[in-house]
Design a protein around this ligand. Structure first.
Ligand SMILES: [Zn+2]
Length: 151
């Protein structure tokens, strides 16, 4: 794995509230993980899409997340949230997370509209665009449930 995870030892000293820790990851799902790892993120995105040239070009290719995704810190975050749910920091993290996801969904919308504009509306091309819409719906569902449970 590339990025902060590769630093290993440094992560041992990290706490979940650290700026270097990805808050999207702590609160639910990081868009980077969702779209760079298209094979394992869920049934909606995984089918066809990784081999579909149109999708590969058009998908939200965010690259690796610059922040740390560490399961241990997520576990500690959730444990701390359980212990003191009234601490305003948890509300703040959640608000940040939702703002990030909304911004990301807006960007998806923008790209979907742009893709539609470029396309002649043949059935094949519409089917390709559906991949993008499908990803978008998948994200909306994440917003609602905060888990990827549509298997
Ligand atoms: Zn992240």
């Amino acid at each position: 794995m590339m990025g902060p995870e590769a630093m290993g030892v440094a992560n041992a000293n990290l706490v979940w509230s650290d700026e270097k820790v990805c808050r999207n990851f702590l609160c639910g799902t990081c868009p980077h993980a969702l779209f760079t790892n298209t094979v394992s993120t869920g049934p909606c995105i995984s089918r066809q899409s990784s081999t579909d040239p149109f999708f590969v070009v058009q998908k939200m290719d965010l690259g690796a997340c610059p922040k740390s995704h560490t399961e241990r810190l997520k576990t500690e975050y959730l444990a701390a949230k359980d212990a003191t749910p009234s601490d305003p920091i948890f509300n703040r993290f959640q608000m940040e997370y939702e703002a990030n996801i909304f911004a990301f969904v807006d960007e998806c919308d923008r790209r979907i509209r742009a893709a539609h504009r470029r396309l002649e509306k043949t059935p094949e091309e519409n089917a390709k665009t559906t991949n993008l819409v499908c990803s978008h719906i998948h994200l909306d569902r994440l917003m609602v449930t905060h888990t990827c449970s549509d298997a």
